[in-house]
Design a protein around this ligand. Sequence first.
Ligand code: NAD
Length: 305
Amino acid sequence: MSDSILESIERESKSIKDKGVIPHLVVIYIGDNPQIDSYVRKKREACERVGFKFTLDRFSSTVQQDQIIKRIQYHSQDTSVSGIILQLPLPEQLDSQSLIQAISPLKDVDGLNPLNLAQIFMGKKSMFVPCTPDGILELLRQYGFKVEGSNVVVLGRSNLVGRTIATLLSQKNLSNQSIQGGATVSLIHRYSKNTKPALKAADLIISATGQGGLIKKDDIKEGAVLIDVGISYVKDESKKSGVRMVGDIDPEAYKKAMAYTPVPGGVGPLTVAMLLKNVLKAAHLQAKIFKPQQQQQEKEKSQQK
Ligand code: NAD
């Protein structure tokens, strides 16, 4: 699915590229973490594959809030930039909420700016839906999962994943999406108690906790659909890196499931594809606001600097 989304993005971006606009993603990455390096690399590779420009703006883990704010403002004003993401998580001294708020809502391709998120929580059309929830909706749509009236359990309550997908699936009409909502959703988090009955009754389980192997075969009902977003690492001497990526769902549970997404290779690549879809959308939005010639002039100016 992620491959075919990338192929369609490449086709659909032809018209805007013909007008001289190259969709351009800027990733702001603070710190140094081999796992995050690999997520960033995947975003770069996907951009290269569809002919988008990719810029990595990297900072040491001791960088201060005002420096990042200035950088975000710079990219927000640069008309050659279509979309900006702040690679999460951030070092402790930084306040992610206020940094995300500094990203222009028109370039907020992760969909986490309060102006975009509020639209989702009010059941309105948002310019950008966060990429993982957006990918999950697309997955459910393409595989024909009937959301209306279903019992869904979401584990994890971040804006990035859990809270947003729980909100979307519980809404009746999902504006912007060619899928009906209307599920009964239980949102489970770190402090939830007595979660087994809800899990056992779930037609669909979406897990985004980062707690490897949290959901076992005995926790789910026969024929449930499992979407595993979680990523964590366990020791594995057979790997060059010494670690292996695992999801929140114990693979033994797959045997009981009607369908499942594996980790790695499931929601991850889909999230990247949906990100690029948002970058293309952002490029279109900005092309309506700024004329391509003006973008070209700005680009030349910034190259001269
Ligand atoms: P987060 O740390 O913001 O949220 C984790 C959530 O899990 C919290 O709400 C917490 O209450 C909940 N939680 C922790 N332990 C739990 C437990 N034992 N039972 C139930 N809930 C529990 O993380 P996030 O940004 O939402 O990401 C969640 C996971 O998904 C991480 O592993 C992250 O790496 C992964 N992720 C993957 C993709 C992808 O593309 N595959 C995208 C985003 C996030």
